[in-house]
Ligand binder design. Structure first.
Ligand SMILES: Nc1ncnc2c1ncn2[C@@H]1O[C@H](COP(=O)(O)OP(=O)(O)OP(=O)(O)O)[C@@H](O)[C@H]1O
Ligand SMILES: [Mg+2]
Length: 242
């Protein structure tokens, strides 16, 4: 299956800080690649490069073969994104926010479909009708997830999407991700949750100081082995910056 997301020698420096070193990876339809890595490892930078929010210093981020910066008009419609901190219109309800962002992406869904989408994320009907200014972090996150899913994009870029979700909601989210994978979506998710990365991911990448230091099939390891491997990488001397 051709890659929907592809990083080719993708590199990004911020001044003298080399945030990402020559990253090569692909995510095809029906794959969930989970990126693990310490704070500052380059996970968000990778996602922002695919979104075209940042320009690479070297190499390219491609979406279905198109350059994420130079051909952003072609790549943006193929992407859905869940940021770590979901921003909503505070004066609108969760349902109205979802309706608004879904229309912006050119889709029309009726109220029953929108409510069903929110329910799949674990947001109750009562909460869906409350104004977003009174939401908890997890409630905002659930609406953000529904907004991303409603775009029906080919690829999903998820930056710690489970942060703030309670365990039941995180579980619902993993079920939702698996069904999106089965629909053929390409999913790249940055997360600190080793257990759920192993559970929902088809492949796992471990990043350290801007480098991908490990890439494996999720089936190769159980959660305990993955944690041991992760910790071993974190304990190693950092590679010399070239
Ligand atoms: N806009 C920016 N300007 C300058 N430096 C940046 C910028 N964004 C990221 N960096 C730097 O790039 C490196 C990688 O950061 P990044 O946000 O990609 O890490 P991360 O893996 O997402 O970490 P976390 O787990 O904390 O979210 C860090 O050294 C960070 O300080
Ligand atoms: Mg990050």
């Amino acid at each position: 299956m051709p890659a929907i997301l592809e990083a080719r020698q993708l590199s990004k420096s911020f001044g003298s800080n080399r945030a990402l070193h020559s990253l090569d990876l692909t995510v095809g339809g029906g794959e969930i690649l989970c990126l693990l890595g310490a704070n500052g490892a380059g996970k968000t930078t990778t996602i922002n490069l695919f979104l075209g929010f940042l320009s690479p210093t070297d190499g390219a981020a491609l979406v279905s073969g198109h350059d994420a910066v130079r051909e952003r008009h072609l790549t943006a419609p193929k992407l859905a994104y869940i940021p770590e901190q979901v921003a909503l219109y505070p004066q609108l309800s969760g349902l109205e926010n979802l309706d608004h962002f879904t229309r912006l992406s050119g889709r029309r869904l009726d109220q029953t479909e929108l409510l069903a989408m929110l329910e799949r994320t674990g947001l109750s009907q009562a909460d869906a009708h409350r104004r977003a200014h009174a939401y908890s972090k997890g409630m905002r996150q659930k609406v953000g997830i529904a907004i991303a899913v409603a775009r029906n994009a080919e690829a999903l870029l998820l930056d710690e999407p489970m942060s703030g979700l309670d365990p039941a909601a995180a579980n619902d989210f993993c079920t939702l991700l698996s069904s999106l994978k089965d629909q053929g979506k390409a999913i790249l998710m940055a997360t600190h949750d080793i257990f759920r990365a192993r559970l929902v991911g088809t492949r796992i990448g471990i990043m350290k100081a801007g480098r991908l230091v490990e890439l494996l099939d999720a089936k190769q390891v159980d959660a305990a082995e993955l944690e041991t491997l992760y910790l071993a990488h974190m304990a190693k001397e950092e590679p010399a910056v070239s």
